[in-house]
Design a protein around this ligand. Structure first.
Ligand SMILES: [Zn+2]
Length: 96
């Protein structure tokens, strides 16, 4: 399994810069591997390592420290979910 504790895996290519609606910080929108959910990383997050996906496309995947997930660093992270308080990290599925 490519997933490791404390590490978030994202597709390397389709990333878009943006600004957090909550705190105004610069972020990078990446898509998680393998679920392809939009996930904000801190804009200066650097991949720890890379590997190629075990699917037909063999896309390049980056591992980032979960500490650089903007969910971890944003002071407004609990506002990202408009529903009940998250038990785990929530994905902003309706963003975009
Ligand atoms: Zn933020």
């Amino acid at each position: 399994m490519p997933e490791q504790p404390g590490v978030i895996c994202v597709y390397a290519r389709p990333q878009n810069g943006g600004v957090c609606k909550g705190c105004g910080a610069r972020i990078t929108w990446a898509y998680t591997y393998p679920n392809r959910k939009a996930h904000p990383l801190d804009a200066d997050s650097v991949a720890l390592s890379t590997f190629h996906a075990e699917d037909d496309n063999h896309e390049l995947i980056e591992r980032h420290d979960r500490a650089t997930s903007h969910f971890a660093t944003c002071v407004k992270s609990k506002d990202f979910s408009g529903k009940s308080k998250p038990r785990r990290e929530r994905e902003p599925g309706e963003e975009g």
